[in-house]
Design a protein around this ligand. Structure first.
Ligand SMILES: Cc1ncc(C[n+]2csc(CCOP(=O)(O)OP(=O)(O)O)c2C)c(N)n1
Length: 359
């Protein structure tokens, strides 16, 4: 499914009829996500943060899906979807603090960078082992269903995750019990260096859904309105008790897998150049320009606003002290056991002098 054609015009039969203000809000959120991404990558290259996993080229899939979920719905992320969390109003400062592992980091420096979470925004903690979040999502959906709550779950994962055991178990369970969940598979072409066609023998990932009795769709994931429309249909199906939906969002990872990857080793410049022309931000920009609500001037103003915002957050993050060392030992047990108390005290006190007795 494609709603915004390559030339920026809309397919009138598929237009979801959103207000132009909302469409512009999608555009702004996508640009903001990209500006943040770009800055974080530079900070990593300068050695100021340790690591970043970005979403360059996948912004429509991420923002469009987040926007189609309702406020009461849960987002269960993979590790590339901070744009969805920011869409929900998570403070950028908290995210940047997290990337620095400083005293303002909600994870208190105990997580790898880009492992965000927010109970307030109904956004689960990133779970780095591939696919483990998919059964979690189905479990949350089942809990909502059993309690009779009008909540559903949108769970993100990559193409590679559809080869993991957890994917199959979760899809089967969701199909059997009609769990209110929308499976959001970002097919960005690669699982690190492994192209999708070497990952699976099926022609499309969406056809895997039929093996579990789950409706599956393959849509243009670089088209924010197609993403919104398909995900909203999935949410409606879940809300009316008809169970899960699987959506394959066709997109492309324009950047490296993470800042630890160099994609030039395993894919051609021509391939990347072709996908650059299909950039979801450029396509949406063409569309809003055609509708007469966006100009070059507005565009550069918005970029400047986003850049200033992230710059201010970085300055503030760099002025904060690191997360407290003793926090490594907290928040696991309601009552801290004696051995952790002891280890915490020793850790905070620092190394003993060679002649110091062990207390
Ligand atoms: C169980 C497991 N095996 C291997 C890895 C290392 N690993 C991290 S990301 C990744 C590729 C995932 O690809 P995909 O699911 O397509 O998501 P994408 O990164 O493309 O968004 C791998 C193999 C891991 N995190 N967990």
């Amino acid at each position: 499914m494609q709603v915004i054609r390559d030339d920026g015009s809309l397919d009138p039969n598929l237009d979801p009829g959103l207000s132009i203000d909302r469409v512009v809000a999608f555009y702004k959120a996508m640009v903001r996500t990209r500006v943040v991404d770009d800055r974080l990558e530079k900070l990593q290259r300068q050695g100021r943060i340790a690591f970043h996993v970005g979403s360059l080229g996948e912004e429509a899939a991420i923002v469009g899906a987040a926007a189609a979920l309702r406020d009461q719905d849960w987002i269960v992320p993979c590790y590339r979807e901070v744009g969805a969390l920011l869409w929900r109003g998570y403070p950028l400062q908290s995210y940047v603090d997290h990337m620095y592992g400083n005293a303002g980091d909600p994870a208190r420096g105990r997580q790898m960078p880009d492992h965000t979470f927010s109970r307030e925004h109904r956004y689960l903690s990133v779970s780095a082992p591939i696919g483990t979040q998919i059964p979690h999502a189905v479990g949350i959906a089942m809990a909502a269903k059993k309690r009779g709550m009008d909540e559903c779950v949108g769970v993100f994962f990559g193409d590679g995750a559809t080869s993991a055991n957890d994917f199959h178990a979760a899809m089967n369970f969701a199909g059997v019990y009609r769990a209110p969940v929308v499976f959001l598979c970002r097919n960005n072409g690669y699982a690190i260096s492994l192209p999708t066609e070497k990952q699976t023998a099926v022609r499309t990932l969406s056809e895997k859904a039929s093996a579990y009795g789950v409706p599956g769709a393959r849509i243009d994931g670089n088209d924010v309105l197609a993403v919104w429309r398909a995900v909203r249909e999935g949410v409606q199906r879940a809300a009316e008790g008809s169970g899960p939906t699987f959506i394959e969002l066709m997109t492309y990872r324009l950047g490296g897998h993470s800042t630890s990857d160099d994609p030039r080793v395993y894919r051609s410049e021509e391939e990347v150049a072709a996908w650059r022309r299909a950039d979801p931000i450029l396509r949406l920009r063409k569309h809003i320009e055609q509708r007469g609500v966006w100009t070059d001037e507005l565009d550069s103003d918005w970029h400047a606003v986003c850049e200033a915002e992230v710059k201010a957050c970085v300055q503030e993050a760099e002025a904060k002290p690191p997360a407290a060392l003793g926090d490594v030992f907290t928040d696991v047990y309601a009552e801290q056991p004696w051995h952790l108390r002891e280890q915490q005290a020793r850790c905070v006190a620092g190394p003993r002098a060679p002649d110091e007795e062990e207390s």
